[in-house]
Design a protein around this ligand. Structure first.
Ligand SMILES: C[S@@+](CC[C@H](N)C(=O)[O-])C[C@H]1O[C@@H](n2cnc3c(N)ncnc32)[C@H](O)[C@@H]1O
Length: 312
């Protein structure tokens, strides 16, 4: 049977939340903790309105471990490359930080967050509930130039559900067979989507989204105390195919992270370039096993100042 490590078991759960204003955070149960190093993603609540390529649902239990152990008190959890935002959402829903900031450069993706968090959730759920999912209806929505942030958000949700792998990058194709050959409607769960959007909107006092450059934000945040940064940029190889914005200066990103006064956790693909950058900045690196959506086992990297909390 899986046992919690003594480190986590013995630690009073209140210590690291000294600055947090919310009470009784929902601590996850043992079932969420990795077994044989691999997280069972079915144990992590699905909260994002996106199916996001490169999404980090599988990392949520590790982030919980990290936040329980981080030494400096924090009031804001910052995700400078937010994408589908499952990590920031989990932090907000579980009360692991009083505030969450999502930053995303892609205007389409950011439009979804801003619509949900800035009063447009009802409008968006009404559109989703009324949408007659079909190839013609999708083409109609996607052929129009969105006239508002809300319209952009709705078109993005439709495209995210219709495209293969949820990929929103230019050139991504629409899926043909869908799940079990059920075609386009196989990824269209309007009730579930609306429920998730309403739940996120209910937490809007705790979550905000900025559309902009996560690297610039990190540079500007060098001297900032009271935050923690979860940094999940487009990966060096796969990022090109998956995201409209994928051209990150990884060397500059490492330099900005290493200058942060606050604690941070980065995730990356396991490549020589990334290991060399981590080593050049004196950062700690751990390999973390994961299972892809195609059930392939693969290793990714966690990078931070000290990853002693990581129990493998
Ligand atoms: C690996 S994905 C993040 C996935 C996310 N952690 C999740 O679980 O869904 C990287 C994201 O960074 C965004 N991005 C790329 N360049 C950016 C930049 N300079 N600033 C902010 N976001 C950027 C991409 O659009 C993409 O959504």
């Amino acid at each position: 049977m899986f046992a919690r490590t003594p480190r986590a078991r013995d630690r009073p759960t209140t210590i690291r939340r000294a600055e947090m204003s919310i009470s009784a955070p929902t601590l996850p149960g043992l079932a969420d903790e990795p077994r044989n190093g691999i997280v069972n993603v079915a144990t992590v609540p699905m909260r994002s309105p996106f199916r996001y390529p490169g999404g980090k649902t599988w990392l949520v239990p590790r982030v919980r471990q990290w936040l329980r152990c981080t030494r400096k008190p924090f009031v804001e959890f910052v995700e400078p490359f937010a994408g589908g935002g499952i990590v920031g959402l989990s932090v907000a829903f579980e009360g692991l930080a009083p505030k969450v900031l999502l930053v995303e450069l892609d205007e389409d993706v950011a439009a979804v967050w801003q619509t949900i968090l800035n009063g447009g959730a009802k409008w968006l759920t009404d559109q989703i509930a009324a949408f007659p999912m079909s190839r013609e209806a999708i083409e109609r929505v996607l052929s129009q130039r969105p006239a508002s942030t809300r319209a952009r958000a709705f078109a993005t949700i439709v495209r995210n559900r219709a495209n293969r792998g949820g990929i929103l990058a230019p050139g991504a194709s629409m899926m043909k067979l869908g799940e079990n050959g059920r075609g386009l409607s196989s990824r269209w769960y309007p009730d579930t989507l609306c429920k998730r959007i309403r739940e996120i909107a209910a937490l809007r006092h705790r979550i905000r989204c900025l559309q902009g450059d996560g690297l610039a934000l990190l540079r500007d945040s060098a001297g900032r105390a009271g935050a923690v940064f979860f940094i999940d940029p487009p990966y060096t190889v796969a990022g090109r195919r998956l995201y409209r914005h994928n051209d990150i200066d990884h060397s500059a990103l490492f330099a900005a992270a290493a200058r942060l006064k606050s604690d941070f956790l980065m995730t990356y693909d396991d490549s020589r370039e990334i290991r060399e950058l981590a080593s050049a900045h004196g950062l700690d690196v751990r390999e973390v096993p994961m299972q892809t959506t195609h059930l392939r086992h693969k290793t990714e990297l966690l990078i931070g100042r000290s990853l002693d909390w990581f129990t493998g």
